[in-house]
Design a binder for this molecule. Structure first.
Ligand SMILES: [Zn+2]
Length: 98
């Protein structure tokens, strides 16, 4: 896993949502998320008709609009749309190697 000076920074609290790039809330976080750290499937509750991601598989697109659940940010690391705000350079979802 890459390291970055930003690693460890809190980027989402439990209860916040991972949204698709169009802002549909698709996963509720059951634990806090920190930059550079893994978000495990067991720490996600699927909402909005989604399924919890299966480790080592691609994340299901938004069932409402088909948009992606993450983007590659300006620094080349993964960001998630947390309740309408792109956060988290370097968050890893389960065992994916973004
Ligand atoms: Zn959507």
């Amino acid at each position: 896993m890459p390291t970055d000076p930003d690693d460890g920074r809190l980027i989402a609290r439990a209860g916040e949502h991972i949204c698709c790039s169009n802002g549909h809330p698709n996963f509720r976080l059951l634990a806090e998320a920190r930059a550079g750290a893994l978000i495990r499937s067991s720490e996600l509750e699927a909402v909005n008709g989604m399924s919890v991601p299966v480790p080592k598989t691609d994340i299901q697109p938004c069932v409402v609009c088909g948009a992606a659940q993450y983007r590659i940010g300006p620094t080349g690391r993964v960001q998630f749309n947390i309740d309408g705000e792109w956060r988290g350079d370097g968050v890893f979802l389960d065992e994916r190697t973004h």
